[in-house]
Design a protein around this ligand. Structure first.
Ligand code: KIV
Ligand code: ZN
Length: 401
């Protein structure tokens, strides 16, 4: 493997850019109910490349022949995105992953090993020094087989910080260029993860030569908040998935992190390369390929994310959209804000919808229409345009179905 074109991973030019490492096809796909066949994975990988993710974790090649084939096909197909494969710190895994990535324009092997006392004792039955040696041997082996190596210390957030810094320092010396500190079980809090990243940036030898990465799970519902805190403390790669799919309660949601960085740019001061107008189509594609619908109230891409039903909110929106929206639906690829007409809606939104349907009732007619609308809205969750047209024309909307 020719490593001549290795990039200086933490160059000053990149200091204000956060790399998006998408693991929808690995951590996301391994969650119950979200598995995808090879064709679906390839289709999704192409959409993720078009979205602009920097690194795409395509799978775990050692897991099955099909996963190997999917990673190899994605590696052959993608042009600008770094394709990554996951491997345990075992020679067989690493060699298989190297083979799966052989045809990638740019390849990354992601080796991982648990470092926390709980995992060392009960899962690995390894001492600290055995973990350290295995991490070094894995990074050294992987770097012969790909363009760049990422090392993850599984369960990093429950690992002794001094030991974590020691393992990371050894991984850097062995050739890793990205150091990932996963909150494997979704246990941490924003303040704690920020403190850890601050500590690691001070105590890891060679810290200024590498990219620190966060990988947060959502067991306590804090995956995105924790990822944002890690970025605030210097992480320049975040690992995340479309719609937040992933093991157990999921991973940090890509669309939420990206839009938080965009909407609050003055606060965070960093950017991504994501084409945010592709967020909604990419989310829909994943839902379609996995058969798992996106919850209505999901931030950024849920059906309600840009919908307003209450009269007070609708009235505000009609005067100035900034009253109740902090981003434009078009920025995430959704056509328009939806003012949903239901029992909480008021006259202003009703009049606007009637006018858009070509009806301009005077005030007296409007009183009657509004009263009939409210009666109907009490019976139905949403009053549709055909109901309104029937009411405006003096017909019985319930007779029209
Ligand atoms: O959650 C985790 O620790 C992981 C690692 C393999 C990075 O998914
Ligand atoms: Zn994970």
């Amino acid at each position: 493997m020719n490593r001549d074109n290795d990039v200086a991973v933490a160059s000053p030019d990149d200091a204000d850019r956060v790399r998006i490492f998408d693991t929808t096809l690995r951590d996301g796909e391994q969650a119950p109910g979200f598995s995808m066949d090879r064709r679906a994975k390839l289709r999704m990988a192409q959409a993720l490349e078009a979205l602009g993710v920097d690194i795409l974790e395509a799978g775990f090649p050692q897991a099955s022949p099909d996963d190997f084939a999917a990673v190899a096909e994605i590696a052959r197909t993608l042009k600008s995105t770094t394709v990554c494969g996951l491997a345990r710190c075992q020679p067989g895994d690493i060699d298989t992953t190297g083979r799966a990535l052989e045809k990638a324009q740019r390849s990354r092997i992601h080796v991982f090993l648990s470092t926390s006392p709980l995992h060392r004792e009960h899962k690995l039955r390894m001492s600290r020094s055995q973990v350290l040696d295995a991490a070094v041997a894995a990074v050294e082996r992987a770097r012969q087989l790909c363009h760049e190596v990422e090392f993850s210390a599984e369960d990093a957030l429950r690992t002794e910080p001094d030991f974590l810094a020691e393992v990371f320092s050894a991984a850097v010396a062995a050739g890793a260029t990205t150091l990932n500190a996963p909150d494997t079980v979704g246990y941490t809090t924003p303040a704690e993860i920020a403190e850890l990243f601050g500590y690691l940036r001070q105590h890891v030898r060679g810290a200024d030569q590498v990219v620190f990465s966060s990988h947060c799970h959502d067991d306590l519902g804090m995956a995105v908040a924790n990822s944002m805190a890690a970025i605030g403390a210097g992480a320049r790669q975040v690992e995340c998935t479309i719609n937040g799919i992933g093991e157990r309660a999921g991973n940090a949601a890509l669309e939420e992190i990206v839009m938080a960085l965009k909407v609050r740019k003055p606060y965070f001061g960093v950017d991504t390369r994501i084409d945010t107008r592709k967020l909604y189509p990419t989310s829909r594609l994943l839902a379609q390929l996995t058969g798992q619908p996106v919850p209505r109230n999901k931030a950024i891409v849920g059906e309600n994310a840009f919908a307003h039903e209450s009269g007070i909110h609708q009235h505000g929106m009609l005067k100035h959209r900034g009253t109740y929206e902090i981003m434009r639906p078009q920025d995430v690829g959704i056509g328009e804000t939806r003012l949903v007409l239901g029992k909480h809606s008021g006259r202003a939104a009703l009049r606007q919808r009637l006018e858009s349907l070509g009806h301009t009732p005077d005030e007296a007619a409007m009183d009657a229409i509004f009263a009939r609308f409210k009666t109907l809205a009490d019976k139905k969750r949403e009053v549709h345009d055909e109901d309104l047209e029937a009411i405006a024309l003096g017909q019985d909307p319930e007779a029209t179905g």
